[in-house]
Design a protein around this ligand. Sequence first.
Ligand code: NAD
Length: 439
Amino acid sequence: MTTEMLGGMTDIRPQMIVAESPKHDLWHTALALLDDVAARLKLEPGIHAMLRQPERELTVSVPVVMDDGLIKVFTGYRVQHSSARGPYKGGIRYHPNVNLNEVRALAALMTWKCAVVGIPYGGAKGGVQCDPSQMSQDELARMTRRFTAMIMPIIGGRRDIPAPDVNTNAQVMAWMVDTVSMLERKAVMEVVTGKPVSLGGSLGRREATGRGVAISTEELLKRKGQHLSDTTVAVQGYGNVGSVAATLLHEMGARVVAVSDISGGIYNPKGLDIAAINKHVEAHPKRLLEGYAAPGVEKVTNDELLLLDVDVLVPAALEHQIHADNAPFIKAKMIVEAANGPTTPEADAILNDRGIIVVPDILANAGGVVVSYFEWVQDLQAFFWDEEEVNKNLHRIMVRSFKEVWDVSEKEAVPLRLAAYMLAVGRVAQSVRERGIFP
Ligand code: NAD
């Protein structure tokens, strides 16, 4: 393509810029929580200051020739929050709302998540501000490849290992592996996790986050003396995480009464037919619940779903869905955070006051990164485990981590979120102390 052609084809329409309002800013939330925990742990001010700032931030421009021949320029990010405990690790998100502060916050969440489950990684996150629902597969492939090339200087199997997040999947990871392998002229399967199994992915990875959510729910119910068979569940978000969590909880005996996605929700107090719903979603061109109907099933909005009278609410969509306006009316007794940051700090305080137990995101949804860790270990050894081995080890780590967080919560008389952060921040701070400050 010549410069002349580029001049003729360039589309300079600005991409959507999303305002960063401090109140609903996930980074603001993450910092407030860190400050609180730092004070409780009496963290050295220097270490606290280090953890308040990502180690490295990269913003890249991602020009893509769209199918109509016009060039669109997307903005992409990779933020590396902490490498104190190992290589950076964290997903790549494609969404119109992606912005630097969101990516920063999600990167910090990854640092705490890896620490709370005791796997040897730091935290990072990436994303491209785009609307993948309006893009063809070819456009997504070109955008992914260009974005990968642009962040390649800072990623790598021993540096920073991306993975799927909202609107990215095994196919996107395969394009990333191929791009890095072509440019480095060698197979670099370990540069990302969440790959297709045929390309160095791990059995059980696709289901891992949802499986971890189901295990966390089971562990919580055990401690409350409640059986899964007497438990009703509502799940907001029916994507990779929400659909697997709903399916496994249903298989474990719980009554999943409501699920929803971007197209709206469905509710049946007697319990939904999850197998039939999964069939419907698989056949839907956009993998949505839209159009699903069955006797006894009523439609609910996403807002209504959050307020249903259930035992367990599983937010598995996006951040800040539970806020000061709906928290006072939530009827669920327990919330298991499958999504990252689904609860605002104001809502968290209200839920605590109301005695609603919240299993925090950094614990509840850590199953994904745990099996990503297994995938990376398998890639580095070029020796692959069967699914039973993967699930057994995931179960062991989730049960152990839940217990460790629960025990801190009891000992310190703090909610599970604070307990998880105290454990995680304490572990990261310990690594910083042991390593010392370079040079
Ligand atoms: P996904 O893109 O597969 O699914 C997201 C789901 O949320 C879809 O069903 C979508 O329709 C729905 N949704 C989007 N906006 C919504 C809205 N306003 N109301 C209701 N539903 C809405 O993404 P995913 O991988 O399942 O991720 C979901 C959440 O879990 C995110 O917060 C993500 O960061 C977190 N998470 C994902 C993983 C992983 O392994 N994929 C790991 C840890 C945490």
